[in-house]
Design a protein around this ligand. Structure first.
Ligand SMILES: Cc1ncc(COP(=O)(O)O)c(C=O)c1O
Length: 370
């Protein structure tokens, strides 16, 4: 009991949580706009790998016309599982949906990680995997990528042979943009461990590991409607799981975890997949124009990307300063300066006018450095 007589729950917190590093979430665009004295529409939001074309217009109609918000969702997710199964080329039984792929990544950790179990992580990569290791009090086995961001497969295989249970791999990888090759995934699948392939950006790459599931019972593929279908704000993701895990997944999952709004939005998006995939094509085209224009600056060095973002090494100025100077102009990007990723910025692909704006701003910034 504290001096004022109030009880506190602070001392009862699971001890490992006291050491959690804070999760580096994005700034709120409304707060940034307010600080800069701009309207939200004047911000080029290129820090979240979101879809500049937004959701399908069919989503707004479906949500506006829906009359069942007062009822709980179908706990069995029947209609969405069928639609998603058809879309992704898997049996509806293998599909489980949730609040973004983040929730599904967490579900994989819940299924396999006891405290002390080892999880293999290959940075630089999406921060969620390390976050999940920390939350579950798992042992993080870090196997850094090579200079060109390819996986260090022998080291990863060694970690699996030494007893690691789970490996998360984003393909294409965020923030580096490169995809994992099917033969690399198959090598990892040859070990007594679970391989989770995070395909948040798969539509932009046009590749998927779902086909490997027919021959491998230790592969889970996780995907999302956030990026290609523009539903990041609604939170709609899914996992494709091996058939013999399905029953336990449903016993371990929070019931009603997919809201009716997400359910309706997913069905409407799949109904309009052709339009959305055309938007994906436009983003891919714009990505290449962005890369070309960035290369032409001379001091911003874009890496190849199979996603909807471009990682760039910046020369002659700190990446953090570049990020700040862009931010002051209403352009939001991410920056990285850590052992695995020195002096880089990551620019999400926006509309053509965003490309022009960010490249023009970078040219101005470049003119002020030697
Ligand atoms: C590799 C990767 N996986 C998953 C996610 C999370 O996606 P969702 O919005 O479906 O939770 C992101 C988001 O940026 C990501 O980059």
């Amino acid at each position: 009991m504290s001096q004022d007589g109030r009880r506190s729950a602070r001392g009862l917190i699971r001890p490992h949580l006291n050491d959690l590093p804070p999760y580096g979430a994005m700034e709120s665009v409304a707060a940034v706009a307010k600080e800069l004295g701009l309207d939200v529409s004047e911000i080029s939001k290129l820090d979240g790998n979101e879809n500049p074309y937004g959701a399908s217009p069919k989503v707004a109609s479906a949500l506006g016309g829906f009359s069942g918000y007062h009822l709980y969702p179908d706990a069995g997710q029947t209609a969405v599982r069928e639609a998603v199964g058809r879309y992704v080329g898997a049996e509806p039984e293998q599909i489980v949906l949730g609040s973004g792929s983040d929730e599904m990544l967490g579900m994989a950790a819940t299924l396999f990680l006891d405290p002390g179990d080892a999880l293999v992580n290959a940075p630089p990569t999406f921060g969620m995997y390390e976050f999940l290791a920390n939350i579950h009090n798992a042992r993080l086995v870090t196997v850094p990528r090579r200079e060109d961001f390819a996986l260090d497969l022998p080291a990863m295989e060694r970690a699996l042979d030494e007893g690691a249970k789970l490996v998360y791999l984003a393909s294409p990888n965020n923030p580096t943009g490169n995809a994992v090759q099917p033969d690399e995934i198959e090598r990892l699948l040859g070990h007594d461990a679970v391989v989770v392939i995070d395909e948040a950006y798969a539509e932009f790459a046009g590749e998927s590991a779902v086909g490997l599931m027919a021959d491998h019972g230790n592969l889970i593929v996780i995907r999302t409607f956030s990026k290609w279908a523009g539903l990041a704000g609604l939170r709609a993701g899914y996992a494709v799981v091996p058939t013999d895990l399905v029953e336990i997944v449903w016993r371990a999952k929070v019931p009603y975890n997919l809201s009716v709004a997400s359910e309706q939005a997913i069905l409407a998006s799949l109904d309009d997949a052709e339009t959305l995939l055309e938007n994906v094509r436009l983003v891919v085209e714009e990505r290449e124009r962005l890369r070309q224009r960035l290369s032409a600056t001379g001091w911003v060095r874009p890496y190849p990307s199979a996603g909807n973002f471009v990682l760039c090494e910046v020369r002659g100025i700190a990446a953090r300063d570049v990020r700040e100077r862009l931010r002051a102009r209403g352009i939001l990007v991410r920056y990285f300066d850590e052992p695995a990723l020195r002096n880089c910025i990551r620019i999400s692909v926006g509309l053509p006018r965003d490309t022009d704006r960010v490249v023009d701003a970078l040219s101005e910034i470049g003119a002020t450095v030697g």
